[in-house]
Design a protein around this ligand. Structure first.
Ligand SMILES: [Zn+2]
Length: 174
């Protein structure tokens, strides 16, 4: 399994950061515009000039909303949303493989081996969702399993390729 070169990762991080900044700027700008528009609307209610603050308010809300969607953090939350009807506390478990290329020093929760290598990471999350979108994560926990314990613990993970060594070999030569 080839991992992403570090330059790509760096570019990802930088673009994430830029999108984050752009998102926040839009959000702050939008909220500020909405507030001033709202203030003007209250002051000039009933008059014809109320149209201008109303426009400012509309634009501000538009800015704020687009800011939320530009922000990668918010988009990630949208990506892992639940069903639209979900409200309240939800517990989720995500599992993914950890490659040895990642410089992580995790300890296997089963055997306690502290070797730095590939394995299985399971992430437990307890979060509050509104209309399926996670708004607040109340607790988050990582569990790391070394490859040996991962196979013992979750045998279903190995059924796809571990029994078929010839198929595995052809994949590797490509
Ligand atoms: Zn282990």
């Amino acid at each position: 399994m080839p991992s992403k070169p570090s330059s790509v990762e760096l570019a990802d991080t930088v673009s994430d950061l830029l999108y984050g900044v752009a998102g926040w700027l839009l959000l702050v700008l939008g909220v500020a515009a909405s507030l001033s528009g709202l203030g003007g609307l209250v002051q000039q209610a009933g008059t014809t000039t109320a149209l201008v603050p109303a426009l400012v308010l509309g634009l501000g809300v538009l800015f704020a909303i687009s800011g939320m969607f530009v922000s990668p953090r918010f988009r990630r939350r949208i990506d892992r949303r639940h069903e639209r009807s979900r409200f309240g506390q939800v517990e989720t478990v995500e599992s993914g493989t950890v490659s040895s290329a990642e410089d992580r020093h995790e300890r296997c929760v089963r055997c306690g081996s502290g070797q730095n290598g590939s394995g299985l990471a399971r992430r437990f999350r307890r979060e509050y969702v509104v209309a399926g979108v996670p708004v607040w994560t109340s607790s988050e926990k990582h569990n790391f399993y070394c490859p040996r314990c991962a196979l013992n613990e979750f045998p279903s993970l190995s059924t796809t390729d571990a029994n078929d060594s010839t198929a595995h070999a052809t994949v590797e030569t490509e």
